[in-house]
Design a protein around this ligand. Sequence first.
Ligand code: GAR
Length: 198
Amino acid sequence: MINLAILISGRGSNMEAILKSVKKNKIPVKPAVVISNKPDAKGIKIAQKLGVKTVIIESSGIKGGSWDYDKKIVSVLEKYGVTPKNGLVCLAGFMRIMSPEFIRHFKGRIMNIHPAILPSFPGLHSQRQAVEYGVKYSGCTVHFVDEGVDTGPIILQAVVKVKNNDTEESLSKRILIQEHKIYPKAINLFAEGKIKIK
Ligand code: GAR
């Protein structure tokens, strides 16, 4: 069985969708721990209500990409049995860049959800970028994390039509509905050994 860790920074709606889907659809992973880099992340209480252990590793003032900070994550993951052999680390609105050392440590075992059809609109405020650019379709992507920003191998995508009167908020809402569907699906594919990175 794969030991699953979910890393969050805020609301935690993807985390919630994943945890509920793991239970309901019997996805063969064990939710081992939810880690937040923000002490006030709303998702922490949701995880606790769903019976999952939570750990806060505060990151304020620490630059993204810091191996010193990421080492703390590694040691918490190890404590909860999430290892490079049997673990899966899912970034779900975790708003920090991971260090190359962390990515190499968990190579091929870190996933992320991004609110755009990559490689379009990587980085921050993707939904705003989509509305401002005037694209007619956007969506979301689950991908493996590599050393670039939102550049890793793509696992699943869902397309969302952009309406003429969409705002960043209205588009984000409709994309989020799709995020909640494809992230659990991608985890299930991984857990069933159905993903190969070529
Ligand atoms: C989601 O829309 C996710 O795609 C996005 O943050 C939101 C987190 O919401 N992630 C990124 O923009 C990463 N670059 P959630 O905390 O409710 O899951």
